[in-house]
Design a protein around this ligand. Structure first.
Ligand code: GLC
Ligand code: GLC
Length: 731
């Protein structure tokens, strides 16, 4: 079943049934200011960091899902409705939500009134626009009451959710003309405030949530809307909101456009106040003046469209299959830019308060957007490399605001360093700019320890060489790409994390995935050394690559496929000898891409085994059979129920590795078949089962051993985006 359709000419997905199987969302904003919006108006807005500068409140894991957002209530006689269907959920005469490139449009109608909303963030602007157009399509004059609604978040999204003993007493607002200012904590350490405004005189307002909703009402029937009159409340503590009230009279055929703006302002420390307790509103007023007419809004919207024309204009395929073309030309590239902006921080599955930028994730994301924004990719490479140490090891994550390595998470994920060779060489191939190799880049964020960027690549390469195990294969550390294969962890305490505690610092557990990865990017490293006349280094590195190939052939082959790893005790993982987890995808992907043992038929055998044991209707599962009991020596992988996540789920990120492996054998048709199983536009007809957006990749689809094979989760922020794009264009 479908819930809408693609409009490729406009680069939009058009949702025509608001009751999608999960909220289908879009991202607004391209630089500092961002907003997530669902197809029913749910979501939230933040400046730069979804944890520390969240403007509007959002309750994750809510019941029902996706309650709360940027809402409008239209009261027309006895009928109240919302253009996005929610929160009122009055049955609409028509409904349409168009998610486009950094904008979303709603168009719906009820009882002879048509409402349109255009929602976007102008380029380079710290404010979100909602252009609301109301048109009377009936033959009678209509008197409408319009209520807007947003709920302020008290800036720190985590504290906002837990620290009620304080937060219920701190909320403060100011109102001037049609603008509601949110100034909680402004008088102490914050030099920023937010505002929500409309470009017309208002007939009332509310800023206290309880007065607006009523203590026992839900968002679908606020007391104020039910009664048809605002209370003009000023919030003191509790939960501040911003709601405008506007009375609108429309003659038959008449239309009115209102421009709402949700903005963010930073002021100088000594320029915070206009007068005693009155905030400096000058910057906000300047922002409002910038976009106070429909013409100005339309011009900004056209600029945004032109911006995306430029970004997407660099690659265009015409394959004869719309489903493929729209993925490659539009949605996959769009998703790659979203992963550039968000990393893994804010989606409807990532709460925006947890994870920073991942070393491995960010390097891999880069291969999906380097052609669109090469200058920013260059900068990103240096940000990442700066969190590395001289021995090649690195912090697993860093914080986007400070760009400092996150010591709470630490390091020792031994695949991490190699991904820097991937991002750097892909950047060079795309741009021809070798000069980044000479740029001085700090180690451990310490400028006094800076060295040319090339030295970082060398450190990455030798980190593997210097950390080999008993079979001369790479030691895995805490985990390799598979975060949940924790072979040095042995955790029996449910209160600790598999990733960050219990590390046994073993010197036996080895990874065939890293071995393959090393051969692929080791060869790239050798090639690079030759290109920049480091011939001696090339010869030296080549030896290490060849030794690794030998080690894989001698100790990494199980007869029909590549092993996955050796555990802490030196036992095989991913072998026919194992009862569960006999075969894993990651080592098949990387060792076939590395072409290890191709002449001896290993590549072909391995990929045939993938087809036989791991492929299913919905994609290639990660391992098979899935684990059915907890193996303390394997870690988190065996905690997931069979068929989900890293335990036998279709982890879409790694499926392209097999596709690329197939191309090594020249089996393009097989590669393409795998592609069509996970590419979202090919799954549109089974949206009911697939559940998440048919226009973006998700991290995981439940595998063949799951309770509900084919059901997907974790859409948007996944390395799946860049790798699928890369698989199509692989050089
Ligand atoms: C998540 C992580 C990524 C990891 C993958 C597999 O997507 O962000 O770093 O490689 O899971 O565990
Ligand atoms: C969990 C997830 C995994 C992710 C890891 C790191 O283990 O299952 O996918 O990579 O957390 O945050």
């Amino acid at each position: 079943m479908k819930y809408g359709h693609f409009d490729d000419t406009n680069r939009e997905y058009v949702i025509t049934n608001p009751k999608t199987p999960y909220p289908w969302i879009n991202y607004l904003g391209n630089e500092d200011f961002f907003s997530l919006t669902s197809n029913t108006g749910g979501g939230y807005t933040f400046y730069k960091d979804a944890k520390f500068r969240r403007l509007t409140r959002y309750r994750y894991n809510n019941v029902p899902v996706d309650n709360g957002g940027k809402y409008f209530y239209i009261k027309d006689g006895d009928t109240t409705w919302s253009p996005g269907w929610k929160p009122v959920k009055t049955e609409l005469d028509s409904y349409e939500c168009r998610h486009g490139m950094s904008y979303t449009k709603f168009k719906s109608s009820k009882n002879g009134i048509e409402a349109q909303i255009l929602q976007f963030i102008p380029l380079g602007f710290w404010g979100e626009i909602q252009k609301v157009s109301l048109k009377n399509t009936s033959s009678e004059t209509k008197k409408l009451k319009l209520f807007s609604f947003i709920e302020w978040c008290l800036w720190n999204a985590e504290d906002d959710m837990i620290n009620f003993q304080r937060n219920f007493s701190t909320g403060e607002v100011e109102i001037e003309d049609s603008t509601i200012y949110h100034k909680t904590e402004f008088k102490e350490r914050r030099n920023h405030y937010a505002f929500y405004s409309v470009n017309t005189p208002i007939d009332g307002y509310d800023t206290d949530r309880e007065s607006f909703l009523g203590l026992y009402n839900d968002f679908d029937s606020p007391e104020v809307v039910d009664e048809g009159a605002p209370k003009n409340t000023i919030a003191h503590g509790w939960s501040p909101i911003a709601s405008h009230y506007v009375e609108i009279e429309l003659k038959p055929g008449e239309q009115r456009d209102l421009i709402f703006m949700l903005g963010y302002v930073e002021v100088e420390k000594d320029d915070k106040w206009e007068s005693k307790a009155v905030i400096n509103k000058k910057p906000a007023k300047a922002m409002l003046a910038k976009f106070d007419t429909v013409d100005k809004i339309d011009a900004a919207y056209n600029d945004l469209r032109a911006y995306w024309d430029r970004l997407l204009g660099k690659i265009n395929i015409d394959s004869g299959d719309d489903r493929l073309d729209r993925m490659v030309n539009i949605w996959n590239q769009y998703q790659c830019m979203v992963t550039f902006n968000m990393s893994r921080s804010a989606s409807f599955f990532e709460s925006g308060i947890g994870r920073g930028m991942g070393f491995r994730d960010s390097n891999q994301d880069l291969i999906g957007f380097v052609h669109q924004i090469p200058e920013r990719a260059r900068e990103r490479i240096f940000d990442i490399a700066s969190t590395q140490f001289e021995d090649g090891s690195c912090y697993h994550q860093y914080q986007p605001l400070t760009k400092k390595g996150n010591s709470a998470v630490g390091g020792d994920f031994n695949d991490d360093p190699l991904w820097l060779i991937l991002s750097t060489t892909e950047y060079i191939k795309e741009t021809g700019d070798f000069s980044l190799l000479d740029e001085m880049v700090p180690f451990d964020n310490d400028a006094s320890r800076a060295k040319p960027h090339f030295e970082h690549l060398k450190a990455s390469f030798y980190h593997v060489v210097n950390n080999l195990g008993p079979h001369k294969l790479p030691l895995i550390g805490r985990a390799d790409w598979n975060d949940c294969l924790n072979l040095n962890c042995f955790s029996d305490d449910p209160n600790e994390s598999f990733q960050t505690t219990g590390n046994k610092k073993g010197n036996t557990a080895e990874s065939l995935m890293i071995a393959g990865l090393f051969v692929v990017y080791g060869k790239e490293y050798v090639k690079l050394c030759k290109r920049i006349d480091k011939d001696k280094e090339a010869v030296e590195a080549q030896k290490h690559v060849e030794n690794m190939i030998k080690a894989v052939k001698a100790h990494g082959w199980d007869g029909d496929w590549y092993l996955r790893a050796y555990d802490f005790f030196g036992n095989k993982i991913g072998s026919n000898e194992n009862e569960e987890g006999k075969i894993f995808i990651e080592s098949q992907g990387w060792c076939t891409m590395a072409e290890i043992g191709k002449e001896e038929g290993m590549v072909e055998k391995s990929l045939n085994a993938v087809k036989k044991h791991l492929d299913c209707d919905y994609g290639i599962v990660l391992n098979s059979p899935a684990f059915t009991k907890y193996h303390i020596e394997y870690g988190e992988i065996s905690t997931y129920p069979a068929g989900y996540k890293e335990n036998g789920g279709i982890f879409c990120h790694n499926n392209p590795w097999i596709m690329i492996g197939e191309t090594v054998l020249g089996r393009g048709d097989q590669a393409y078949e795998y592609y069509t199983k996970i590419a979202p536009s090919f799954l549109e007809d089974i949206s009911e089962l697939h559940k998440v957006e048919p226009y973006v990749y998700c991290q995981m689809i439940a595998g063949k051993e799951a309770f509900k094979p084919g059901e997907a989760k974790n859409s948007w922020l996944s390395g799946t985006a860049s790798w699928n794009f890369f698989a199509i264009f692989r050089r």
